[in-house]
Design a protein around this ligand. Structure first.
Ligand code: NPJ
Ligand code: CA
Length: 370
C-alpha cells in the first residue's frame, strides 16, 4: 500500500491530474499494468510507407509516454546503524514469594541465664507417723493405805492336832499282872478350822510403770480440725447473710438477722397477724431505730401504713408485744398514743416513720418479720 501511494504522488508530479483522464486514474488504482498497453496508442501515429512517395515531414514529437511498469524488487540494502537506546521501562510487579530456604546450621549455645525467683511455698504435708515409745519412767511414790478387804474364803483343813491330854485317872483296878507297854496309837482326825488371821502388812511399793503417750498428737489433730471448721463456718456465714439479702429483695429489708417482708396485702390487724403466723413469722415489731428505719422504708416504698405486732387494751394502755412483753422501743408521733375516740388498741407506722395508735379494724399493709 505504501508503494502504491508513492507511485500516485510521482504521477501527479509528472502530469497534472487535469490532463489525465479520470478513467485512467481509476485504472491506475485498480491495476498499474493496464497503463503500459494503452499509454502510447493515443498520439504520434507512424507515416506511410516511403516507397509510394517522398518521405513526408517528420511528424511532431509525440508527448511523453506514460511511466512503464514497476521493476522487480532490488536486493536489500546494508543494515543501518543501531538506533538510540529506548527509555527505561517502568518497574515490573513484585514476583511471588520464594520457597523457604533450608535451615541454617545450629547457633552457638548461649550463656546460662540468672536463677529464677523462689517459687510459692508448697501445701502443708501429711500428719507424721506416731513417734517411738518413750523411756520407762521412774518408780512412783508409795500409794495411800487401801480400804479393808472382804472376808477371805474358808481355808484348807489345818494339820492334824497334837495328841490330846492324858485322861483322868480311872478307878483303881484290880491289881493285874504288870503288862508290856502297848504300841503307839494311830493319829486322830483333823480338828475344826481356825478363825481367819488378821490382815497382813501393806507390801512395799512396786516399780514405776512405763511412761505413757503425751497425747500431744491428738491435740494437734483437734486443732487442725477446729481451724478447718472455722474456715467453713466463715464461708457459711458469708453465704447466709447474702441469702438473707436475696430473700428480702425487693419487697423486704434485712436488719442484722431479722428480715421484714411484705406481700403487698392489706387487711385488718387480726387478719395480718394470722397471715404472718401462717408464714412462720410474726407481725413486724421494730425493737430499735435501725429496725424502725427498715419498716419505714417499706411504708415509703408501698406508700401505705403498716400495723405493728404491738397492742394495748382499753383498760391497760401500756403497749406490749404480742407475746405479752412490754415494748423496749417506740417512736410515737407527738401527741400519740391518744386513744382517739377510744378503741385505738393497734399501732400504725406513717411514712415519716412515726407511730400512731389506731383502731385494729382499719386495713393496713401486711409486714411480717422473720
Ligand atoms: C388523727 C389523730 C390520731 C388518730 C387518727 C384516727 O390522725 O391525730 O391520733 O389516731 O386521726 O383517725 C395526719 C394527721 C393526724 C391524723 C392522721 C390520720 O397525720 O396529722 O392528725 O393523718 O391518718 C404522715 C401522714 C399523716 C399524718 C402524719 C404523718 N406521714 O405520711 O408521715
Ligand atoms: Ca391515735
Amino acid at each position: 500500500m505504501l508503494v502504491l501511494l508513492t507511485f500516485c504522488v510521482l504521477v501527479s508530479q509528472v502530469s497534472p491530474a487535469s490532463q489525465v483522464p479520470q478513467q485512467v486514474i481509476q485504472n491506475m488504482d485498480r491495476n498499474a499494468c493496464s497503463l503500459v498497453v494503452c499509454g502510447p496508442a493515443e498520439k504520434g501515429l507512424p507515416g506511410r510507407d516511403g516507397r509510394d512517395g517522398i518521405q513526408g515531414l517528420k511528424g511532431d514529437k509525440g508527448e511523453q509516454g506514460l511511466q512503464g511498469p514497476r521493476g522487480i524488487l532490488g536486493p536489500p540494502g546494508n543494515m543501518g546503524p543501531d538506533g538510540p537506546a529506548g527509555e527505561k521501562g517502568s518497574q515490573g510487579e513484585k514476583g511471588p514469594k520464594g520457597d523457604v530456604g533450608e535451615m541454617g546450621p545450629r547457633g552457638v549455645r548461649g550463656l546460662q541465664g540468672p536463677p529464677g525467683s523462689v517459687g510459692p511455698s508448697g501445701p502443708q504435708g501429711n500428719s507424721g507417723s506416731q513417734g517411738e515409745k518413750g523411756v520407762k519412767g521412774e518408780t512412783g511414790l508409795q500409794g495411800a493405805t487401801g480400804a479393808q478387804g472382804p472376808k477371805g474364803a474358808t481355808g484348807d483343813p489345818g494339820p492334824k492336832g497334837d495328841k490330846g491330854p492324858v485322861g483322868e485317872k480311872g478307878a483303881k483296878g484290880d491289881v493285874g499282872a504288870t503288862g508290856l507297854q502297848g504300841a503307839t496309837g494311830a493319829r486322830g482326825p483333823a480338828g475344826e478350822p481356825g478363825f481367819p488371821g488378821s490382815k497382813g502388812d501393806k507390801g512395799s511399793t512396786g516399780d514405776k510403770g512405763e511412761k505413757g503417750d503425751s497425747g500431744l498428737s491428738e491435740v494437734n489433730l483437734m486443732k487442725k480440725h477446729f481451724s478447718a471448721l472455722e474456715v467453713e463456718l466463715k464461708a457459711l456465714q458469708a453465704s447466709f447473710s447474702k441469702y438473707l439479702k436475696v430473700a428480702a429483695f425487693p419487697s423486704g429489708r434485712t436488719v442484722g438477722n431479722k428480715v421484714f417482708l411484705t406481700s403487698a396485702y392489706e387487711g385488718t390487724f387480726a387478719d395480718l397477724k394470722q397471715r404472718c403466723l401462717q408464714a412462720g413469722g410474726q407481725l413486724a415489731a421494730p425493737r430499735n431505730a435501725a429496725e424502725n428505719a427498715a419498716v419505714q422504708q417499706i411504708v415509703v416504698l408501698y406508700k401505705k401504713s403498716v400495723f405493728l405486732g404491738i397492742t394495748a387494751t382499753q383498760t391497760e394502755r401500756n403497749f406490749k408485744y404480742l407475746n405479752g412483753d412490754p415494748i423496749v422501743y417506740s417512736n410515737w408521733l407527738q401527741g400519740e398514743p391518744n386513744n382517739d375516740k377510744g378503741g385505738e388498741n393497734c399501732v400504725e407506722v406513717f411514712e415519716n416513720g412515726k407511730w400512731n395508735d389506731r383502731s385494729c379494724g382499719e386495713k393496713r399493709l401486711l409486714l411480717c418479720e422473720f
